[in-house]
Ligand binder design. Structure first.
Ligand SMILES: C=C(NCc1c(COP(=O)(O)O)cnc(C)c1O)C(=O)O
Length: 390
């Protein structure tokens, strides 16, 4: 049970669990960092006579250390690691059967929309995309066929906030699984399992890895039966991550708490600069009291993160492109959550797989710019934005 991780007689708090959670010095030589077991197979003294590992798709000691760490930081009992965030999502949807229905937030990562619509609809899974800022809207779409509610909060890229506890109460009432993509917030800011979710998912490519040097996905659950179903899918489908990537995310997690503090501090400074800028039309950041669900954000988040989206005044496609091309410290690139600040143009990059009329319904207009505010000096970040927007 990783929730109550104890070292000796000390019940560890979150920051300590990012460093020690799920890990102990290696039994062989006392290595403090879990070794990278770069092996696909393990000697057996007789068929089945192994030391708990027989083939690295099924289990690998470095991946096990990462899965234990993931369970520990999300207050779960079981962690699972995959080759990417979308591979983790793939595993969750494979819990379902043809004819089952999923209610998903209508503002979500473009790749998540794509795997739902372009991959799993072909196998008979029905997806409804709903504005989830009001839990009542979700309830209107529940039927006897609804088996999963898929939440991102904050959402990518409109920064909508969804009330996890409220949605979990609705899901539980109808015996529907609730999965929360916790990529933008991370467990430093938000603990979906504590708020009633059944499954937490991460693109660990982002804040958990934290250095833009690995692609990896994660799931964390508390229920053993659900964990066993997901471990079966993980092994049977085989979309696992390797030991080197597992090591990189293990190392990233160790500084998650200090990095998130700086992401939040810099995020606030950038959001406040933009919202007071005469050439900026609208800024989307859950830390503003004017944010539609700011009170929900305050109730379920420790702080408001480093992800921000904004629209330049009178903005169109060209205005947005001109700004992102002029940025020098913010790097124009896909992805988010690394130590370096990144800028993106969702309409033509991360959300290009969503049809224009569909994405514009949730506010992803051609002029929208998304920022992943890193941990550089905030004065430099603001100067970069000033010269790009002027
Ligand atoms: C690459 C980007 N997003 C990946 C992502 C994913 C997919 O994770 P991958 O590790 O890229 O497969 C899932 N959920 C959220 C909220 C995400 O943001 C991006 O938004 O730039």
């Amino acid at each position: 049970m990783y929730r109550n991780l104890v070292m000796g007689k000390i019940q560890l708090k979150f920051n300590s669990r990012t460093i020690h959670g799920g890990q102990a010095p290696d039994e062989a030589y006392g290595a403090v960092m879990p070794p990278i077991y770069q092996t696909s197979t393990y000697a057996q003294s007789t068929p089945g006579g192994h030391k708990g590992y027989e083939y690295s798709r099924s289990a690998n000691p470095t991946r096990t250390a990462l899965e234990n760490s993931l369970a520990s930081i999300e207050n779960g009992n079981y962690g699972l690691a995959f080759g990417s965030g979308l591979a983790a999502i793939d595993a969750v949807i494979k819990l379902l059967s043809p004819g089952d229905e999923v209610i998903s937030t209508s503002d979500l990562y473009g790749g998540s929309y794509r795997i739902f619509k372009k991959i799993f609809e072909k196998f008979g899974i029905v997806f409804h995309f709903v504005g989830m800022q009001d839990t009542g809207e979700i309830a209107k779409h529940i039927s006897s066929k609804t088996k999963l509610i898929w939440v991102e909060t904050p959402t990518n890229p409109m920064m909508n906030i969804i009330d996890i506890m409220s949605v979990s109460q609705l899901a539980r009432k109808h015996r529907i699984l609730l999965a929360v993509d916790n990529t933008f917030a991370t467990p430093y800011l938000q603990l979906p399992l504590d708020l009633g979710a059944d499954i937490v998912m991460h693109s660990a490519t982002k804040y958990l890895g934290g250095h833009s040097d690995v692609v990896l996905g994660a799931l964390v659950v508390r229920d053993k039966e659900l964990a066993d179903q997901l471990y079966f899918i993980q092994n049977a489908s085989g979309a696992v991550c390797g030991p080197m990537d597992s090591f990189l995310v293990l190392r990233g997690i160790k500084t998650l708490h200090v990095r998130m503090q700086r992401h939040c501090e810099n995020g606030r400074a950038v959001a406040e600069y933009l919202v007071n800028h005469p050439k900026i039309e609208k800024v989307f950041w859950p830390g503003f009291p004017e944010h539609p669900n700011h009170e929900v954000a305050k109730s379920q988040m420790k702080d408001f993160g480093g992800m921000i989206s904004f629209v330049p005044k009178g903005g169109n496609y060209q205005d947005a492109i001109k700004i992102v091309e002029k940025l020098q410290l913010f790097t124009l690139a896909e992805s988010l959550g690394g130590v370096e600040s990144l800028a993106g143009h969702p309409a033509s990059m991360t959300h290009a797989s969503i049809p224009k009329e569909e994405r514009e319904k949730s506010g992803v207009v051609d002029a929208l710019i998304r920022l992943s505010v890193g941990i550089e000096d905030k004065e430099d970040l603001i100067e970069d934005l000033r010269q790009a927007i002027e």
